[in-house]
Design a protein around this ligand. Structure first.
Ligand code: OAD
Length: 254
């Protein structure tokens, strides 16, 4: 890894100091130093023979609900005791020192930005700790009834005691729409910011990655923070090759 020159760091810090609005687009890499494997590195042990694209889809869930539920159950279990790292904390503390100036947009479902104290986090891919019904509730049409789980017979995945509807994790799967309100707010933050920090994402998944293009088109300086090359390097004004724990506290120390 080539060391980052002090001049480049100073230049980016200068942009940040001058910016009235800053947006951060984060991905799995920002949680790597908390011990959470990145999305594409997470396939180990029992799951090593599956690609995430074969598990994180509605089609996969309908074909084998128990397998996909168990995959998420293991990921939830692994995340239970995971703490935010100094990268997450640097963002949260900056927000506290400069209210309204920095918006966190994340593709992560691990909740670590929120645990670190960040506010107004735009979670584009949902939240791994929450569940939702797979299908619209057919019971809702009848008075006083809706899908519900009897704890004693919950099963894997838990199902509605009345109609068999299944619970699924409230995350965005491949091929699904992003939550509209979060996406709109993220687009607004991307187009109005003067600096966008793109941290710990490979930039392969759209529409999230498109926010970096929108920021650039809106006149923002785009800065990558990542130890590896990314698909968004060509969009950036500066590529800082390094880890988020190493770089975010240095960039946001004012
Ligand atoms: P990826 O797993 O594709 O990429 C992780 C990125 O983090 C890579 O570019 C790594 O180089 C980088 N990285 C690793 N360690 C790092 C560190 N310490 N500091 C900074 N960067 C580091 O994860 P995402 O880009 O988040 O979507 O993946 C995007 C989306 O793809 C995920 O949200 C998921 C998946 O499809 C859904 O589930 C819908």
């Amino acid at each position: 890894m080539t060391p980052i020159s002090d001049d480049l760091l100073d230049q980016v810090r200068g942009w940040l100091r001058q910016a009235r609005k800053i947006a951060v687009l984060s991905g799995a890499g920002i949680s790597a130093e908390s011990g959470v494997p990145t999305f594409r590195d997470a396939q180990t042990g029992l799951w090593a023979s599956f690609r995430p694209e074969e598990l994180a889809t509605e089609e996969a869930f309908r074909a084998n609900p128990t397998r996909v539920w168990d995959w998420y159950a293991e990921r939830r279990e692994r995340l239970r005791d995971v703490a935010p790292n100094v990268g997450h904390v640097a963002l949260a503390e900056f927000q506290q020192r400069h209210p309204g100036r920095l918006t966190v947009i994340t593709q992560n479902v691990d909740g670590l930005h929120q645990k670190a104290g960040s506010t107004g986090v735009l979670a584009l891919h949902g939240n791994i700790y929450q569940d939702q019904w797979l299908d619209p509730c057919q019971l809702a049409r009848r008075a006083h009834e809706s899908c519900h789980v009897e704890q004693a017979e919950a099963g894997r995945p838990p199902s509605c005691a009345h109609c068999g509807n299944l619970l699924r994790p409230a995350v965005v799967w491949f091929g699904e729409m992003l939550p509209m309100a979060a996406l709109r707010a993220a687009e607004h933050a991307a187009t109005e910011c003067e600096v966008m920090l793109v941290v710990g994402t490979s930039g392969q998944v759209y529409p999230a990655a498109g926010l970096a293009h929108e920021a650039r088109q809106g006149g923002a300086k785009v800065v990558i923070v990542n130890p590896q090359a990314t698909e968004l390097d060509d969009v950036a004004h500066a590529v800082l090759v390094g880890s988020s724990c190493q770089l975010l506290p240095r960039l946001l120390d004012f």
